[in-house]
Unconditional design. Structure first.
Length: 216
């Protein structure tokens, strides 16, 4: 039986506790350092009022290169959304993942994920346009401004991991990686520096084998 766990704390401190190549795959969506804000979000879109996530400032600065050095050290492969904002930290890659968001208005048409894999570029299409989603019968509650849909992460895990792999998300935000791993019976450790998402984690991780840890 797989196990999904998360800890609260600075992922740099957490990652430094693990030996080289401990995790099979890192799947993550770190802050991009582009100054994303709720004010920006609310000014986009023309068909419907964008979602209001409240005030947030976590995207003001780019990550220090040490975070990427640790991710590479403790994992065998990596998939990093927003890697195009950290190209100076990353090696050239054969394989980018392109997520076609089927958007309208002023929102981005696609998002890119840098990968360490040697396979070809891959495209996944799934609508994530304000209140519109690819699966309207099973809509996800959107609580985080950069939240990714579970079907996207399930598709990635099905294509780039296998049963028995250890998955790490050092910037887990609302917990999409945790839920996708739980649905696919994969072991997952997720880390986030903020405790504001703990209620959402509890809601998403409703299985008895999931563990909610506090790392202070």
């Amino acid at each position: 039986m797989s196990e999904q766990r998360y800890v609260i704390g600075d992922c740099l401190d957490v990652m430094q506790r693990y030996p080289d190549k401990h995790f099979d795959l890192i799947l993550t969506d770190p802050p991009y350092g582009i100054g994303e804000s709720n004010e920006k979000n609310m000014s986009r879109g023309t068909l419907a009022k964008p979602l209001d996530y409240g005030h947030y400032e976590w995207d003001k600065e780019r990550l220090d290169k040490r975070y990427f050095d640790e991710m590479f050290r403790i994992s065998k492969n990596q998939i990093v959304f927003g890697g195009n904002y950290y190209i100076d930290y990353l090696k050239p890659t054969n394989c980018m993942i392109v997520w076609d968001k089927d958007n309208s208005g002023n929102f981005a048409d696609c998002e890119l994920a840098w990968t360490s894999f040697k396979t070809a570029v891959r495209l996944f299409k799934y609508r994530w346009n304000g209140m519109l989603q690819g699966d309207m019968k099973n809509k996800e509650e959107r609580v985080h401004p950069t939240q990714k849909p579970v079907p996207l992460f399930e598709w990635i895990l099905k294509n780039y991991s296998k049963k028995g792999d250890k998955i790490l998300d050092p910037f887990c935000g609302s917990g999409t990686t945790l839920e996708a791993c739980m649905n696919l019976d994969l072991d997952c450790l997720a880390v986030d520096i903020s405790d504001e998402w703990i209620g959402h984690y509890k809601k998403r991780l409703h299985s008895d084998n999931s563990k909610l840890d506090m790392w202070l």
